[in-house]
Write a protein that binds this ligand. Sequence first.
Ligand SMILES: Nc1ncnc2c1ncn2[C@@H]1O[C@H](COP(=O)(O)OP(=O)(O)OP(=O)(O)O)[C@@H](O)[C@H]1O
Length: 247
Amino acid sequence: MPLRFTECSFAYRAGVPVLDGLTLEFPAGCTVLLGPNGAGKSTLLSLGASVLAPASGRVQLGRMCSTDRRHRGEYRRRVGWLPQNVKPVPSLTVREQAAYAGWLKGLSRSDAWERSARALDQVRLAELAGRRSHELSGGQMRRLGIAQSLIHDAQVVLLDEPTAGLDPVQRGVFRELVAELSESVSFVVSTHQTEDLADVYESVIVFDRGQVAFQGTVRDFFARAPEGVPVERRAESAYRGLVRGEV
Ligand SMILES: Nc1ncnc2c1ncn2[C@@H]1O[C@H](COP(=O)(O)OP(=O)(O)OP(=O)(O)O)[C@@H](O)[C@H]1O
């Protein structure tokens, strides 16, 4: 079931649209969302997660519409979301926090508790299940965030800059995890990091000033770099050729 935006418009302030009639479908699999600061990536993901509602147009997962009250509960279970700052819930353990997220999405307490063990196992946090979540490192906290978005059997998980501030080892762990989990779940990952795209992602979307500047496979994206650019600089070069960014 693809996540689709149809003629979506959204503004935080009247007369200053962030999205203006955007139509976009995220492909299945692992998609990286690139774009300069202020391009509207977080806004797009928040609309996808139904945290925000479009002023006009539709956001749909298959036939479910994010703003239709009849579908909203199911929509929110099927679309997981990891915002930029995942916060520990004071005094909860790692497992309790994962279960709490499931309960908030409508799972029964026992179901949420049971599923939390599997979700923590999936993100390699099973050993830390009994630790207080405020004691986790930044990388572990992001993994707990993924567990929270997986617990209710999401089909699409939206990750907003999940690797910002992580050291290279933790970034690697994160990438491996996403690659592994993407066999059963589709991911859309917003990031400013263009290195190692080919290791994880199948598709690239470059977003600029609320519009899609590029959508295609990683291979097509790399092909946008001028000839002669060394392999390790191709993604950055392709990206620079596609965006204008803020002035
Ligand atoms: N809560 C808000 N209130 C008003 N304006 C906002 C708000 N959040 C974002 N904006 C504005 O909306 C536009 C898009 O912001 P958004 O955070 O979606 O971009 P982004 O691509 O995620 O940026 P970054 O890469 O810096 O995180 C920007 O001009 C920003 O200033």
